[in-house]
Design a protein around this ligand. Structure first.
Ligand code: FEO
Length: 164
């Protein structure tokens, strides 16, 4: 069984992962509505990944013999200025999630919960990958203006993302 503190923190992280998914779906909806179908597809794929993260923790909590407690998730904002802003805010969001994962790791050490510590290592590595993915897209976008025709090519490229 998980300690009360660890259980609460993991439930909270399940919420954050679903909230990330919700945020990226919201971004996908805005992108699609603003004629960026490739970026919208890319964000929907990212949203699926976040659901996968949430379910990974969900499964782990159950595996430890605890019941999952789902918490309310906040609605994302509805509009953004450009794909640039979407990706910039996504990167900031991922950096925030990295901080949350690091806090979970700290807690697992404080609680001497070696199993949870080992479980969380996957997320530590995943966050490095997540930040890197968003940073690379942002670097590419920094090379072009939001109104430039190169955006069309980037959008087509983003539309090729397949499920990971
Ligand atoms: Fe599940 Fe993108 O962090």
């Amino acid at each position: 069984m998980l300690s009360e503190k660890m259980w609460n923190a993991l439930n909270e992280q399940i919420k954050w992962e679903f909230e990330s998914s919700y945020l990226y779906l919201g971004m996908a909806a805005w992108l699609n509505d603003n004629a960026y179908p490739g970026f919208a597809h890319w964000m929907r794929e990212q949203a699926k990944e976040e659901q996968g993260h949430a379910m990974k923790i969900y499964g782990y909590v159950e595996e430890r013999g605890n019941r999952v407690e789902l918490l309310p998730i906040a609605a994302p904002k509805k509009t953004w200025e450009s794909p640039h802003e979407v990706i910039e805010q996504s990167l900031k969001h991922e950096e925030m999630v990295t901080g949350l994962i690091n806090r979970l790791v700290d807690l697992s050490q404080e609680e001497k919960d070696h199993a949870t510590f080992a479980f969380l290592q996957w997320f530590v590595k995943e966050q490095v990958e997540e930040e890197d993915t968003f940073r690379k897209v942002l670097d590419e976008l920094k090379l072009v203006k939001p109104t430039c025709s190169a955006m069309l090519f980037i959008d087509r490229h983003m539309g090729k993302r397949s499920g990971d």
